[in-house]
Ligand binder design. Structure first.
Ligand SMILES: Nc1ncnc2c1ncn2[C@@H]1O[C@H](COP(=O)(O)OP(=O)(O)OP(=O)(O)O)[C@@H](O)[C@H]1O
Ligand SMILES: [Mg+2]
Length: 501
């Protein structure tokens, strides 16, 4: 099945998210869709999958115009989408999630879960997905949850499958498996749209590429006609540097000192196993590791969000092992959390409100029981401008921002304050290459001003580019340490896989 968008324009109030867009994807090919944060990729695909209706333009399937009154009609026409933020119900099983809305019924109209399970198994077999139909979704790792989303789409017999930043949340191993699934779908004759910010991925998986900028198609072509640097420039509108510029390493006094730290997970499993760690002024320490090796509980413990089970944490010589998150904030901690939707932002609040989420009580923003709104709004507008948050006004809710621009709000909030110590988890997840370049330069700037910086990232390239010292975390322990300037990527990668344990 071939599907074509012709002259699509989509507006939200005064924002034109898509302008006169033409796009075609045919059976048996992967179309890579690129564009910076807020370029209109998700919006365009939401039009294609019937979630939004376009203000102008038309959709054609095999050359015939169609109109979708909602996602149900698009699905019936064979178009399915795996969204940027998953839409599964955590307390339901895989099979229950898959059939949600199109439940197969048996005699007397009863839900026929047995049949649902069989169909899930059949799709599993066809594409080598290996998902247990009876597992509860909340117990599944993200990579498997994504497969549930894929099964959902295939269960509805989709011929066109849209993936919106599917690899943003996956580990390198999961990405490899995922690519094999995509290749299987393509060989099976599906038409696939693939959105990502990672150029190496697009060059590996796509047959053809289209680039959106500010809502319009600005270029594209067959894979092979374009290299990474050309694609980057098409997306951002200027050349992008992939190198991070830093002054030579000149560390100062010890800021953070972690000794014998033990942290447990919610279920009392050991997450962090007697770790020692120091971070100095003017130093960026990067923690590399495959997700799930204790990095998140470590960060939670260091920021006061998780109880410490043993050991001590000192900051400038003072014992802060049991200090609250707010106390640490007052001492000059900044924290970029890994899950922006859950802990970083309140989507229904305005951008301005989100900018002061953890500092609203400070004198500059409040006078007794009253907020100084003019000060809040001015600071928010400045931070949004500095960090290039793409929005018409800081009075819009965060929910109306594109995924990458939501991330920029957090980074702007955390780096706009006077801080001494920055803890950043996956600081550039979901960001376009232009924004990554900028955020990296701001992190380096914090270091140059004498902050200590601790970064956790599953992007090894990010750790390699930023760190003065690299620690590798494996199964709750620090298993290797490297000098940032001389470390070799292959060696660090092996340690991440447990070779040094
Ligand atoms: N529901 C909405 N209400 C108002 N504006 C919106 C809404 N959804 C998207 N927008 C705006 O439309 C523009 C395009 O957003 P979109 O989410 O399509 O970008 P994107 O290319 O997917 O970006 P990202 O890479 O960050 O996910 C942005 O300016 C965004 O703020
Ligand atoms: Mg998007």
């Amino acid at each position: 099945m071939d599907v074509e968008l012709r002259g699509i324009t989509k507006r939200f109030g005064s924002v034109t998210a898509n302008r006169d867009v033409d796009l075609k994807v045919t059976s048996g090919e992967v179309l890579g869709l690129l564009g910076e944060n807020g370029a209109g990729k998700s919006t365009l695909m939401n039009v294609l999958c019937g979630l939004y209706s376009a203000d102008e333009g038309e959709i054609l399937i095999d050359g015939k115009p169609v109109a979708f009154a909602g996602p149900g009609e698009a699905i019936a026409a064979g178009i399915g989408m795996v969204h940027q933020h998953f839409m599964l119900i955590p307390v339901f099983t895989v099979a229950e999630n898959v059939v949600l809305g199109v439940e197969p019924t048996g005699r007397f109209d009863h839900l026929d879960l047995r049949r649902a399970r069989e169909q899930v198994r059949a799709i599993n077999d066809d594409y080598g997905l290996e998902v247990d139909p009876d597992a509860l979704v909340e117990n599944l790792p993200v990579g498997i949850q994504q497969r549930v989303e894929i099964i959902k789409v295939l269960f509805r017999s989709a011929d066109v499958v849209i993936f919106d930043e599917p690899t943003a949340v996956l580990t390198p191993q999961e990405v490899e498996d995922f690519f094999n699934i995509v290749k299987g779908l393509r060989d099976d004759g599906k038409a696939i749209v693939f959105i990502t910010h990672k150029l190496n991925e697009i060059l590996e998986i796509a047959d053809r590429i289209s680039v959106l900028r500010a809502g319009e198609i600005v270029g594209g072509g067959e894979v092979g006609e374009l290299n990474a640097a050309e694609l980057a420039e098409l997306m951002v509108g200027r050349p992008v540097s992939f190198d991070v510029k830093k002054t030579p390493f000149d560390p100062g006094e010890v800021l953070l000192e972690v000794e014998d730290l033990t942290v447990l997970r919610d279920n009392d499993d050991l997450a962090v196993d007697r770790i020692d760690l120091t971070v100095r002024r003017g130093e960026i320490v990067g923690i590399a590791g495959v997700q799930g090796n204790g990095q998140s509980p470590l960060i939670e413990a260091l920021t006061g969000l998780r109880r410490v089970a043993g050991g001590t944490v000192r900051f400038k010589g003072r014992d802060i092992t049991h200090a609250s998150a707010r106390d640490r904030h007052k001492m000059g901690f900044a924290h970029i959390p890994e899950d922006r939707q859950r802990t970083g932002l309140i989507p229904a609040f305005t951008i301005a409100e989100n900018m002061v989420l953890d500092s609203y009580y400070e004198d500059r923003f409040s006078a007794g029981p009253n907020m100084r709104w003019s000060a809040v709004n001015a600071a928010a507008a400045q931070a949004a401008a500095d960090f290039d948050v793409r929005t018409k006004s800081v009075f819009n809710t965060v929910a109306t921002l594109s995924g990458g621009n939501q991330q920029k709000v957090i980074v702007a909030r955390e780096l706009s304050r006077d801080t001494e110590f920055l803890i950043a988890a996956q600081p550039t997840r979901g960001l376009d290459i232009g924004s990554i370049e900028y955020i990296h330069s701001r992190i380096v700037e914090a270091r140059e001003e004498g902050d200590g910086v601790l970064i956790v990232s599953s992007e090894l390239d990010e750790i390699m580019a930023l760190s003065d010292r690299i620690l590798v975390m494996f199964k709750g322990r620090i298993v290797a340490e490297y000098d940032g300037a001389s470390a070799e990527k292959g060696v660090v990668g092996l340690a991440m896989a447990g070779a040094a344990a």
